[in-house]
Design a protein around this ligand. Sequence first.
Ligand code: AGP
Length: 616
Amino acid sequence: MCGIFGYIGRSEATPILIDGLRRLEYRGYDSAGVATLANGVMELRKCAGQIASLTQMVQKDPPHGTSGIGHTRWATHGRVTDENAHPHLDQSGKLALIHNGVIENFQQLRDQLLSHGHTFRSETDTEVLAHLIGYIFDGMGGPRNKQNLLDAFRLALKQVIGTYGLALFHVDVPDVVLGARRGSPLILGVGKGQNFIVSDVSAIVAHTRDVVYLDDYDVVSIERNQFDIVSLAGADISFQVSKVDFTTEDVDKGAYPHYMLKEIFEQPNAMRDAMRGRLSTEECTAKLGGLNMSSRELRDVDRIVLTACGTALHAARLGECLIESLAQIPTEVEFASEFRYRNMPMNKDTLVFAISQSGETIDTLAALRESKRKGHRTLGICNSVGSTIPRESDGGVYMHAGPEIGVAATKSFTSQVVVLTLLALLLGRIRHLSSAQGIEAISALESLPDLARQVLDESARIEELAGKYTDAAGFLFFGRQYNYPIALEGALKLKEISYKFAEGHPSAELKHGVIALVGPDVPSIMIAPDDAVYEKNINTLEQIKARKGRVIAIATEGRKQIAGLADDIICIPKCPDFISPILAVIPLQLFAYHLAVKLGCDVDKPRNLAKSVTVE
Ligand code: AGP
């Protein structure tokens, strides 16, 4: 997956493109490039490496023009090289194209074009598409105008199997930039005397907050003072201009050295925003109007399937515990990438939730589509407003965590868990939970942001602690019940950004094999708050110590026994069992962050990763 930025207006395009690419860099940072158009001349600059390398290149030799396209790449087809960086040109060198997605039948299209004498400079599927569009346009013979370029674009896309978010321009049709999407996000930004095509609104909020979230098979053309959207078949389509509800401040790092740290510290506010207006002390329950389901329909639900990827899947695993214990509804979690190919037995009263921060993860989207195809009511729990999953689901809940730019998900995780807790409370209250239990849950939830703030106050101490463990060969994370998903999430955070080997396990699994890894070089992180399984966790800790393993414990403040056993301890405040995982994950995020910084890792742009995975 990659970031796309197309611009046409009255200002010099290059600074706008570079700033946009910086904001999209979380989507991929293997290579970057821009192409601009001025007085019938295309200027192209591209190179392997992060936007910083491209910036140096354009500073030395700035490309001019008031329209252009820019791209930041996460490599799929073809290695990370200058040649494979986008934009790619057609055979004539007059058409420049950028792409996010995968053209599955590119080999077949490439062979056809080779037989027509085309030569290719890169190994990418995108270059093949650029050639195909150019080939059709050149073969049309008619006037070199917007309509014919648009027709050539549509005809080429009809031959494509795969996914794409695209933007292009052609030297012979200078006053227009075209875009199209299928399976990869694309947004039209509507400005005054300028218009934009981007992969994510965060890249254009400095210029405009008026946007159109394009649908699959939409084809868009932007000019300085107008834009048009048609279907792939060429028909006019209806669309809505929406207002983005955040500003540039929300997508800037502010005083923080990294987005990840900023987002970790935003968690108390994000939790408040996830709960805002959704708790009713009068009815002792949560209200989630976006589910679009009556109490009666919700009462009929006899099974829930939660599907997601990565961190969102770990939130789903917590959701499973929460829904089963608060609402007693059988709940199952499935990797979205498995769900889409599985034939999971489900009945008419099974409710499916697709959970995704970005709302664009292709596996989660495909799971949602598969579930809907089979006639199941499918809801989304997403953060990105207007993204594809919320638009294609039958209803859902927005997390309202605000933009998350750091590649390692942090605040989106805790917001997902808060939303899932609200859902569990709502489902519990229309079944067996008493009003007193409802009120207890509400007051626990309401206390959460302040408790989270107390945990954040430990950041400096956690930083110091991380310094003691930089030499570790790897880490094992243990937790039980509500805190088993936290062991998984803690391990994921650590490996994503520090590249240290890390695994999460249910504590009691230690003795079934994992114990073979325990030793002085592989410390364990034991998540053992004061809950129903505290004593069991202590047993596991003793077993690790008996094998000379070092242990960092995440424990409830005031617990002397665990403090005496563990090598190091990070305390979280006393709280009900179901709240503890939301607090316990915060020190693990901070530990991963500080350890990675001490190891000199680029925490906001970890190697090989990208924020949202929009390719299979
Ligand atoms: C989290 O740190 C990861 N970067 C990744 O696992 C992520 O959670 C996953 O790709 C799902 O993304 P989504 O929530 O946007 O669907």
